[in-house]
Write a protein that binds this ligand. Sequence first.
Ligand code: G1P
Length: 295
Amino acid sequence: MKITKAIIPAAGLGTRLLPATKAIPKEMLPIINVPAIQLIVEEAVKSGIKDILIVVSQTKNPIIDHFDYNYELQQRLIKKNKKELAMMIKKIGDIANIQFIRQKEPLGLGHAIKCGKIFCGNDPFAVILGDDVVKNLPNEKPALRQCIETFLKTNSCVVGIQKIKKELVNKYGIVIPKDKKKEVEKIFTLKGLIEKPSITKTISNYAILGRYVLTNDIFEALEKTKVDQSGEIQLTNALKILIKKGKKVSACQFTGKRYDLGSKIGFVSATIDYALEDPEIKNDIIKLIKDKVDK
Ligand code: G1P
């Protein structure tokens, strides 16, 4: 069985990065010169995904434009003898088979996934969140690929996790391993999940970091998932329903450096790290940082 479909929810408001996100979707903010959502789509493609559904909202049309051709710009670049740039922007339109759907109300991640029911049909599918960019070393598999391989091994829904600091648990979906001893392993079965628990309540500090592989019965669970105190339908709570029904849900501790692009610090550290790998500017950036430190 192959996982070839993915949903990318991109309908959120991006309040933590206002005013930058007042008129620009947070997913379009660039890491150097590449919009974050393009990095996410590239990770999906490298993981074997062919068909992508991006769930957008009313203010997210620049995302749709980004994955379309821009024939006029292409022609202008060709006329200016910038054929390579013209090819590069055209390639973005060919990256994958990308479709879009609008989430008409801001009812949370679970509701955004529900918008993909027809797109997924009976197939299992991946979910990858735009806030969580993961940079893998050249010899590592992409984070989503690691989760897909866990799905194929365990034949169960999978959430991609990493260990986070205890004081941050109230910002994430937290997973509870079934067998405490198995926690050290890269893959383990879950006893439960809690969406954004209070710091005092926490039983583990393994956080779901924006990568999921789900089976079709998640849609039924999402139908049964009640709106929470923040007025949203949580994907975490739908997964909890599946566990309660006796379905196996697994966690994959993926490797790679993860950046929370919805936060100022995550955004800046991603920018620095990607800049340090960009051959065009790498040396200048090192010099710039050195000069600042020396002062
Ligand atoms: C969502 C999920 C949460 C997950 C997080 C990862 O929360 O609900 O379980 O840990 O993404 O970034 P959000 O950040 O949309 O509030």
